[in-house]
Design a protein around this ligand. Structure first.
Ligand SMILES: NC(=O)c1ccc[n+]([C@@H]2O[C@H](COP(=O)([O-])OP(=O)(O)OC[C@H]3O[C@@H](n4cnc5c(N)ncnc54)[C@H](OP(=O)(O)O)[C@@H]3O)[C@@H](O)[C@H]2O)c1
Length: 223
């Protein structure tokens, strides 16, 4: 049976990925900071205290995983805070640093650490955002979120190049505009539709198309 490890699996899109991948028969290692009642109900292995902004926490997770191997790695954890031009004060700068640490450094450090456990044919999905597309930015604003997501897009392409010799493919994945806590439950789709598309994109991911940027609906997105 193949194994998937998911960060940010306590709620939102990560929780739904855990549910659907378990239903499809994968062994799921669901990582979160604190376990939630919804996650507890799933028949999955739960690893707590996985703060992706902390290298020590990621290394501790790696130690707890023992000799487990991982076929798919889904980096889902993320934070969004609003910053508007003219209002970037000390508090906003702290929020921007947090977004950079969670959204950009987090997936890079998790992938650096856990890709050593992945066999040839392994796949890494990084849940980014089309708000990290420079070409698609027609509305400005959201400085910290946009800057952190464009940074993770670049990290993802470098990971695709660096992990290619090991036979590991990497996808940058926009989940759609999804009704979760992050959006105040506004959006065009619900987590089940988003997660199903993300899984389809991972199924289609190969070493040949590694490093691409896709919408959950399959559309290729511009950088
Ligand atoms: N919803 C959308 O429309 C949308 C659009 C584009 C991209 N995305 C991306 O999709 C991903 C999932 O978001 P969502 O919509 O499911 O939002 P969500 O419901 O707010 O979930 C965010 C997840 O990230 C986790 N997280 C936050 N900070 C963390 C940290 N320091 N370490 C580890 N985990 C942390 C949260 O865990 P806690 O419960 O511990 O806080 C939670 O599981 C994010 O990367 C987001 O940027 C979402």
């Amino acid at each position: 049976m193949s194994t998937v490890l998911i960060t940010g699996a306590g709620r939102g899109i990560g929780l739904e990925l855990a549910r659907q991948l378990r239903q499809r028969g994968m062994d799921v290692i669901a990582c979160c900071r604190r376990v939630t009642p919804e996650l507890e109900q799933l028949d999955v292995r739960v690893e707590t205290d996985v703060d992706v902004a902390s290298l020590a926490a990621i290394l501790d997770l790696d130690r707890r995983l023992g000799d487990s191997s991982i076929d798919w790695l889904f980096n889902v954890s993320g934070v969004m805070r609003k910053q508007c031009l003219g209002e970037i004060d000390e508090a906003a700068i702290a929020d921007m640093r947090l977004q950079f640490e969670v959204n950009a450094l987090g997936p890079l450090l998790v992938t650096q650490t856990l890709s050593r456990r992945m066999p040839k044919g392994g796949k890494v999905g990084i849940v980014t955002s089309r708000m990290g597309s420079i070409a698609d930015n027609t509305s400005g604003n959201s400085y910290g979120y946009r800057m952190s997501k464009v940074a993770v897009n670049m990290a993802g392409v470098s990971l695709a190049r660096d992990l290619h010799p090991d036979g590991i493919a990497v996808a940058l994945l926009h989940p759609g505009y999804v009704r979760t806590a992050m959006t105040g439950y506004d959006g065009f789709i619900d987590p089940p539709e988003s997660a199903a598309g993300l899984i389809d994109r991972m199924e289609e991911l190969t070493l040949e198309n590694s490093g691409g940027f896709w919408h959950t609906n399959g559309e290729m997105l511009p950088w």
